[in-house]
Design a protein around this ligand. Sequence first.
Ligand SMILES: Nc1ncnc2c1ncn2[C@@H]1O[C@H](COP(=O)(O)OP(=O)(O)OP(=O)(O)O)[C@@H](O)[C@H]1O
Length: 336
Amino acid sequence: MGNQSSKVKPAEQPWIEEGQKHFCSISQFKLCNVVGKGSWSTVFVVKDRRSKQKFALKCINKKKHNPGKLKQLLTEVSLLRSLDHPLLCRFYSEFEDDNKIYLVSDLMLGGDLRYHIAQNRFQESVVCVWIAELASALMYIHSKGILHRDIKPDNILLDEYGHCRLVDFNVAARLSHQTQDGKSYVKGRVGTPAYMSPETLVHSIGYRESDWWSLGITMYECLLQNRPFSSTMVVNWIRSSEKEKSSLLETMCSSLEIRNNKQLNTLSKEAHAAILGFLEPSIKNRYGHQEKDIPNVSFFSSVCFETISQGKWAPKFRPKSGKLYADPILELEASF
Ligand SMILES: Nc1ncnc2c1ncn2[C@@H]1O[C@H](COP(=O)(O)OP(=O)(O)OP(=O)(O)O)[C@@H](O)[C@H]1O
């Protein structure tokens, strides 16, 4: 382990002049490209006319969304405003006009992990830095009392140097409830089925450990290019009768079969153990139950968590510079 900070371009926030952080009108920007499309937004690369700096501008069409969705958006904005970490995508401003709501944030030019893992099978050393960076971001948001609830490769963007940024706080929530023994949780079966923890699927509840489970599925996928449970398998479990649902946890654990999974056996013993640690059905035994122990997980022995958490650890994979990691079809579909 070595401190690489002198050689490495940190995951720094772009420089912005004081006073320019609070964008309030679309006229302040020149539209450049479409960089992504979500289920309720289009994301543009825009250039601030004054500083010439580029940002991501998420545009949400008010007319296409019901008041419930817009309320959810307000929650997302309030959560984003409370967060500031080198491995999250910094949020600057929101403003609106008659038709749209606009959110301005850091622009991530390296594409999402879903794209990259579909192209390549990555070395463990690459994935180790990604998962350590995500673990660091996760510990930070948990320390702020927030659950992400939708960790998956689609919601992880790379910056131009290859640092991971956890994005999409659409369904994130504050840990607003407490069990009798003082454990914080959020109600609801929320997220993407294939990444949902057993407790979320079975009891419609999310703990901090539930995000660690999703990170475990993400790690599995980054290393092996597939997932331990398919979405249809999970959806079928959810749709099963109430009686069967009570045995869902058992089914899921036995289906895990990952303890004897041939693919897992192709990994180092450290990677294998980390996946089993994150995908531990019992939350008390799951990695992340004691978040302070995460840096001691043997899979992370080659990285320094302090440097990782400052966004200064050198990623082992750097996206191609000058390439726009966006489906060209989005450009054609864009409307404004
Ligand atoms: N800051 C950013 N920099 C670069 N690209 C981004 C940024 N934010 C979002 N994108 C791109 O835009 C896509 C859509 O963004 P996002 O998932 O936040 O939209 P959404 O409407 O909230 O989507 P959904 O509800 O389907 O998750 C992302 O998959 C990503 O490719």
